[in-house]
Ligand binder design. Structure first.
Ligand SMILES: Cc1cc2nc3c(=O)[nH]c(=O)nc-3n(C[C@H](O)[C@H](O)[C@H](O)COP(=O)(O)OP(=O)(O)OC[C@H]3O[C@@H](n4cnc5c(N)ncnc54)[C@H](O)[C@@H]3O)c2cc1C
Length: 441
């Protein structure tokens, strides 16, 4: 990169916004292209169909957002988002409720409000330009470096080429980068895919203060042999967002009676108690997620300079683990460090760092999915041991707040997974299991 004049980001969803925020500190101008129309107020938009479903922003992601946009969380709380201590979260996993603990907080907010607020904060920067209804056809390469994009604008904007010193692909799971690269004479990245055939159905309900004794979130992940799970998250406007899901084709229905009946089959009764008594304020909406996909850009030998692939385009996880946006935020933190260290081999350095970021959530998500015999994939001895160990951890977490906190810090991407294997935690897990097996039935 000779001079950092213009950076282009393709895709203006959470990953694109986060990448653009970091680039704005290093480039004279950042242009963000998105093919969608962005509503002025927090509403669902077509380009992010998953935005109608429960989205949790993990603590790690929230910390990065607060760092990039000072005051971010407080501003959202001012708009009705809810600070939720884990003391107010019901987590039912592997047949037990985790005991309540202090020291961790979530932020409950609808996905459209989160994105709209992030975009508004970003657009307050003087060197940001957002071009909506602009579909990027492909990047333009000159030898071994990217030099711009070919873009198709709606109406009079027409087709044009826009030059850039750096281009980021943040177009989500459907990213065309593998094809674009192949057409330009580069090698496609190897793709790791784990099919889960997951189906979501979501409905919004009016929330009363006394529902589920005033708790703010109910989370019931699926655990074998049960393929079903669900979450109910309090959100702005005194509402519940209730998402039911099923793995391996066992999808929740989209009619009212079927939705309630599905909730009744979950192993914990709380979500059913909400959907069978609260007033529904939307129709049930479905979403299908066939597979988790990781594209190994980090393993390519030859790659165009200053072309980056980011967020879901780089790695998209089974969403029941709620890690996508936080993983993008942590990638943004790595991009910042890479840019601060100069331009040489930027793409290579970024992919290495981003790959380290996604290692933990990918291993957790895929490891969890491989508990199901029907999910295809390699079950190393380590994967089998970790799944056995985490099953024991859940049992101990039912009675030991320290074990529960350690688990949720890892699930929130605040601590690395090996933290759960440390002797102090392993001992508590053993004690918790011994106590339980000696307890009278
Ligand atoms: C059902 C579901 C539930 C989820 N729940 C959670 C959760 O609880 N917590 C969490 O952190 N994550 C969750 N995720 C993941 C999360 O939605 C994504 O990680 C997050 O949106 C970031 O994705 P992204 O910005 O990389 O891509 P996307 O959100 O997919 O956005 C891609 C953007 O690129 C634009 N675009 C695409 N192609 C072009 C083009 N050629 N030219 C111009 N623009 C283009 C689109 O219009 C869109 O705006 C969930 C995902 C799903 C599917």
């Amino acid at each position: 990169m000779s001079e950092r004049q213009r950076a282009i980001v393709i895709g203006g969803s959470m990953s694109g916004l986060l990448a653009a925020r970091v680039l704005a500190d290093h480039f004279r101008e950042v242009v963000l292209f998105d093919r969608d129309v962005f509503p002025a107020t927090p509403e669902h938009r077509r380009g992010v169909p998953q935005g109608q479903h429960a989205h949790a922003l993990l603590s790690s992601g929230r910390q990065v957002l607060d760092g990039l946009f000072p005051g971010f969380r407080d501003e959202l709380v001012g708009q009705g988002a809810i600070n939720a201590e884990y003391l107010k979260v019901r987590w039912f996993d592997n047949g037990v409720y985790h005991t309540r603990f202090e020291g961790l907080q979530g932020l409950l907010v609808s996905r459209p409000r989160l994105e709209t607020h992030t975009r508004n904060r970003l657009m307050a920067l003087p060197n940001l330009r957002l071009q909506t209804t602009h579909d990027v056809d492909s990047p333009i390469f000159n030898g071994d470096r990217v030099c711009g994009v070919r873009v198709h604008g709606a109406r009079e904007a027409g087709d044009r080429e826009v030059a850039a010193d750096l281009v980021v692909d943040a177009t989500g799971r459907g990213s065309q980068s593998p094809i674009w690269l192949e057409r330009a004479g580069f090698t496609r990245p190897r793709e790791e895919a784990v099919r889960v055939e997951l189906g979501y159905t979501t409905r919004i309900y009016r929330r009363q203060a006394d529902h589920v004794n005033g708790d703010l979130a109910i989370i019931c992940p699926s655990a074998p042999p049960q393929r079903r799970g669900g979450v109910a998250l309090a959100m702005e406007g005194d509402l519940w967002m209730v998402t039911l899901f099923g793995m391996l084709g066992d999808h929740p229905p989209t009619d009212s009676d079927g939705f309630i009946a599905f909730a009744k089959t979950l192993p914990a009764p709380d979500i059913h108690s909400i959907v069978s008594s609260a007033e529904a304020v939307s129709d049930p909406v479905p979403f299908k997620f066939p597979q988790s996909t990781r594209r190994r850009y980090d393993q390519l030998n030859r790659f165009p300079d200053a072309y980056l692939v980011f967020g879901d385009a780089f790695c998209s996880f089974n969403p029941i683990y709620g890690q996508g946006m936080s993983s993008a935020a942590l990638q943004a933190a790595e991009l910042k460090k890479c840019l601060q260290s100069g331009d040489a081999s930027l793409a290579k350095r970024f992919f290495k760092a981003a790959s380290t970021v996604v290692d933990a959530p990918w291993t957790m998500a895929v490891g969890g999915d491989l508990r199901y015999d029907e999910v295809e994939g390699q079950r190393s001895g380590m994967v089998k041991f970790v799944n056995w160990y985490i099953g024991k951890l859940h049992i101990a977490a039912a009675g030991d707040p320290k074990v529960a906190l350690a688990f949720h810090r890892v699930a929130n991407l605040l601590d690395p997974p090996p933290r759960l294997m440390q002797p102090a935690i392993a001992l508590r897990i053993l004690q918790g299991n011994l106590k339980r097996s000696s307890a009278p039935n």
